[in-house]
Design a protein around this ligand. Structure first.
Ligand code: ARG
Length: 266
């Protein structure tokens, strides 16, 4: 993995926040109050990892991690009666953290894939997505295959990278992998890559925010429906059951829809 400046800044921030949190004990900024769910007696604070550079799902707002996913995981925890503390781990370290056990669960717009299911356990799905291609406004490109030979930016180890590799081969030279999606989008706008492939809601969020910039979003026929899930270490049935119980509750009582409407209504 390439270590960029942004990444170092994120790491510094994570370490900083980590110190702050430990300085004020278990009740970190993101820790939930007592849940009302069945297991309200659970005193463990579960560490949630996320790559907080993926608005509107997760982002840093001053020193706070906010976004759709953060509200979902908090609602799940509240409904199931467990406490959480959210950490901005970054993308690759999120998975490493789960492997090593210093992150208990991950929420980061993580698509449930067969490959990942071999290594991690996923909660029931909470969001539907698909890939999109970010292109210059006047482009003649109408499908992914038209980008053959062009430079395509993706966040490394994401489903965006997967679809590009599937189309052009694992060793395609035009693929440029980034540690986070904003870096790929930034490079697109300065012309270092010809296109970016990433999740629809994230690229649409850029589109909303950058009204002055001219670009186009297209969907290729090969892009399949994806579903986001919360990940835990394989075999952590105890935590997974709690998460799924909370997820079921917030689907049934309208809380998930309420969060969805707040971020994606209209
Ligand atoms: N949904 C895609 C995947 O699972 C991209 C997720 C990237 N998430 C993030 N927070 N950077 O591969």
């Amino acid at each position: 993995m390439k270590i960029g400046k942004k990444w170092l800044a994120t790491l510094a921030l994570t370490v900083g926040v980590g110190l702050l949190v430990s300085a004020c004990g278990a009740g970190g900024q993101q820790a939930s109050g007592g849940g009302s769910g069945a297991a309200a007696g659970d005193s463990k604070v579960y560490v949630v990892g996320t790559d907080a550079a993926y608005p509107p799902f997760e982002k840093m707002e001053a020193d706070k991690i906010t976004g759709f996913d953060i509200e979902v995981v908090q609602a799940v925890a509240d409904a199931a009666g467990f406490k959480i503390e959210v950490k901005n781990t970054g993308w690759d370290p999120l998975f490493d953290g789960i492997d090593k056990g210093n992150v208990d669960l991950g929420i980061s717009a993580v698509t449930i894939t067969d490959e990942r299911k071999q290594k991690y356990d996923f909660s029931d799905p909470y969001f539907e997505a698909n890939q999109l291609i970010l292109l210059p406004e006047g482009t003649s490109v109408t499908k992914l295959a038209d980008l053959k030979g062009k430079k395509i930016g993706v966040q490394s180890a994401t489903t965006g990278e997967q679809v590009v590799k599937k189309a052009f081969g694992d060793t395609y030279e035009g693929i440029k992998g980034y540690d986070d999606t904003p870096s790929a989008v930034d490079d697109f706008f300065v012309g270092r890559v010809d296109a970016v492939v990433a999740d629809n809601a994230v690229l649409q969020d850029y589109a909303k925010k950058m009204k002055d910039r001219k670009f186009k979003l297209i969907k290729d026929d090969s892009f399949e429906v994806e579903h986001y899930g919360i990940i835990v270490k394989k075999g952590n049935a105890d935590l997974l059951n709690k998460i799924n119980q909370g997820m079921k509750t917030i689907k049934e009582n309208g809380k998930l829809k309420e969060i969805n409407d707040k971020y994606f209504g209209q």
